[in-house]
Design a binder for this molecule. Structure first.
Ligand SMILES: Nc1ncnc2c1ncn2[C@@H]1O[C@H](COP(=O)(O)OP(=O)(O)OP(=O)(O)O)[C@@H](O)[C@H]1O
Ligand SMILES: [Mg+2]
Length: 329
């Protein structure tokens, strides 16, 4: 069975049989001396490698920004835990052929090591129940390339947009930790013109959190800042405060750093035919239209899931090319 998993640092997305799902990616390991928090529908409890972890909303309540890991090496232990949570969500034992992605920078450094590490029998517990799930194969493409495939293929892997396939297209996928720029030309990934900027929504969250504390004296958790950011509102007592300007202020320095990064990484941006925007907060990048003077900028439909859908569509393309199911059901 073919499945797509997008291991985002802030949100893990799953695509299977035409359906998308997600959970918050934050992983928290409670200190050993504490009783484990009660986990309801809002949290996922995973036992892995003889330790217990909480993934998702429950973890987000307990965690702070510092818990958003900066992946220091090829194989991040928290990714293993998120992977287990994603496998548990599939509610089957496999074997699965999984299509996934890594940020461009990590893709070039770790693609093979990551694929090898993730391909195996996974043993863990989910909500106290033991699970054994077989991952038969893993194929990793750059994050952002997934979003591109979602914009040129249909769910069965057939090309739906020849113009885009023939042209030179840049995808900008704004995530929590990273912004990935991916150049696709003639339907092929080009390393030249593809890059990772280590700037994302977590930087905006942190700025906003500081700003709200200084303005209203309210120390919010990262989770609460996320809620406020999405609602563009903060309740102070019974009064809703409009945060539109605070969000603009919090984001301004991050957008400037991204602009500087694009200047540096994309001296040839004038040679592109189209810019595609992806990621849950990809819509924020619409203000970059000015930067790309005259080049069409398109926010992808359901941009939050563009990457994971595209991994799935790409998987179908590969399957149809091989003309057979490689393994699994
Ligand atoms: N409607 C919204 N408005 C603003 N921000 C949002 C909205 N929905 C989600 N977000 C935030 O956007 C950020 C990016 O989400 P996304 O799922 O694209 O990142 P990710 O894939 O987890 O990160 P990365 O790609 O860096 O690993 C998250 O921090 C998420 O909380
Ligand atoms: Mg992402």
């Amino acid at each position: 069975m073919t499945v797509a998993i997008d291991l985002g640092v802030t949100q893990t997305k799953i695509y299977t049989s035409g359906k998308c799902r997600k959970f918050d990616s934050l992983v928290v390991e409670p200190p050993l001396h504490q009783a484990p928090p009660s986990v309801g529908l809002s949290g996922i409890e995973i036992g892995y490698s003889a330790r217990t972890f909480y993934v998702g909303e429950k973890a987000a309540f307990d965690g702070e920004a510092a818990n958003y890991p900066v992946r220091p090496q090829a194989l991040d232990f928290h990714d293993d835990v998120r992977w287990c949570a994603a496998l548990a969500a599939l509610e089957e034992t496999g074997p699965f052929d999984i299509y996934s992605g890594l940020p461009v920078f990590e893709y070039s450094a770790y693609k093979n090591a990551f694929e090898k590490h993730m391909t195996r029998m996974w043993e863990f517990s989910f909500g106290g129940r033991d699970k054994k799930v077989e991952v038969a194969s893993v194929v990793v493409i750059p994050q952002g390339a997934g979003a591109y495939y979602s914009a040129v293929l249909d769910p069965s892997g057939k090309v739906t947009n020849q113009t885009r396939v023939q042209g030179k297209v840049l995808t900008l996928d704004l995530g929590g930790r990273t912004l990935n720029g991916v150049t696709m030309q003639g339907g092929k990934f080009r390393a030249n013109g593809s890059f990772t900027l280590f700037k994302g929504m977590v930087n905006v969250y942190n700025n906003l959190r500081k700003l709200l504390y200084l303005t209203y004296g309210t120390p919010l958790s990262v989770y609460e800042v996320g809620v406020a950011l999405r609602a563009k509102l903060l309740m102070i007592g019974n009064t809703p405060m409009d945060l539109t300007n605070d969000i603009k202020r919090a984001a301004a320095s991050v957008w400037q750093e991204i602009r500087d990064g694009l200047e540096l990484e994309l001296p040839n941006w004038r040679t592109y035919h189209e810019i595609l925007l992806a990621g849950a907060s990809g819509f924020f990048l619409e203000e970059f239209e000015e930067f790309f003077e005259g080049i069409p900028v398109t926010l992808l439909e359901n941009a939050e899931y563009a990457n994971v859908r595209g991994y799935g569509y790409y998987g179908e393309l590969q399957r149809s090319r091989r003309g057979a199911v490689p393994s699994g059901k």
